[in-house]
Design a protein around this ligand. Structure first.
Ligand SMILES: [Zn+2]
Ligand SMILES: [Zn+2]
Length: 278
């Protein structure tokens, strides 16, 4: 679990998207790597699910955001407040798109000004550790080295909002976690030879054609095509939307079938709490 064997572990914290689905939280994924826990997105239920899956919020060491749609960030202020209240003793590094610093100033420091007036300097916690730092990604390609780990970010289109995918390389293993994304030719190189790919796929092609936001996302057919072309070893789909599940509970099976038409490797729809060692 610690990543101390040189490998990584992925924990799917939330496999859903915007609307409330019992048992399926909003988008969030934890990665245990190099002895640290990194959180990728912090959607609905992320705080609750982290604890449920044995990852207390104060164990999160770094946060990376794919984009600022609310289904990916709505638990972020809660996580930062609670982890500090629980004893976090470091300033939290947050990496994300342009606007991340403003989002936290408004959604956390200014929104909770009354709460913080009663807590900062008065709750036995160092006020300095309440703070966070923000690195806003501005380039198409971004690479960060931390110990034996290399993290890359790639910007791809998604409904006009600045959005990134992340590629983690550690101990000879590769894990890619996408944001929400439209098809982009650069995805093939970015996902090349990944041991694991946690990729957004909000429903079947038929479902995506039926909703106004459908063209912001990848179809299962495109996911399979990408996984084959990029020689991905295992595919997990995330970001299921409630509209598809309510009307058609078997849609997950059909999504997997659609991927299998173009991809011969293991593929599944991710579930909350799913753990994968890489
Ligand atoms: Zn989005
Ligand atoms: Zn989303």
């Amino acid at each position: 679990m610690e990543g101390s064997d040189g490998n990584m572990e992925l924990v799917v914290v939330g496999s859903g998207a915007l609307r409330v689905v019992p048992g399926r939280g909003g988008t969030a994924a934890a990665v245990r790597v190099g002895g640290e826990t990194w959180l990728f997105d912090c959607g609905r239920c992320a705080v609750q699910n982290l604890a449920t899956f044995g990852l207390p919020v104060e164990s999160v060491r770094r946060i990376f955001l794919t984009h600022l749609h609310f289904d990916h960030v709505c638990d972020l202020a809660h996580l930062l407040l609670l982890s500090w209240n629980n004893g976090r003793e470091f300033v939290m590094p947050v990496t994300g798109p342009g606007g991340t610093a403003d989002f936290l100033e408004h959604n956390l420091r200014r929104a909770y000004v009354a709460d913080l007036a009663t807590r900062l300097g008065k709750n036995g916690r160092d006020p300095a550790h309440f703070e966070w730092t923000v690195e806003e990604l501005g380039a198409q390609d971004w690479t960060w080295r931390h110990g034996d780990t290399v993290l890359r970010a790639q910007r791809t289109p998604h409904g006009g909002i600045e959005t990134y995918n992340y590629r983690i390389e550690h101990g000879g293993r590769v894990l890619v976690i996408t944001g929400d994304t439209e098809w982009h030719d650069g995805l093939v190189e970015f996902c090349a030879d990944a041991d694991g790919l946690l990729i957004e796929c909000s429903g079947t092609a038929e479902f995506l054609r039926s909703v106004p936001f459908g063209h912001w996302h990848l179809t299962p057919e495109k996911v399979g095509e990408l996984a084959t072309t990029a020689r991905v070893k295992r595919v997990l789909m995330k970001h299921l939307v409630i509209e598809s599940w309510v009307d058609d509970p078997a849609i997950g099976d059909r999504m997997v079938e659609a991927v299998r038409r173009t991809y011969a490797g293991p593929v599944a729809v991710a579930t909350d709490g799913l753990r994968v060692r890489l």
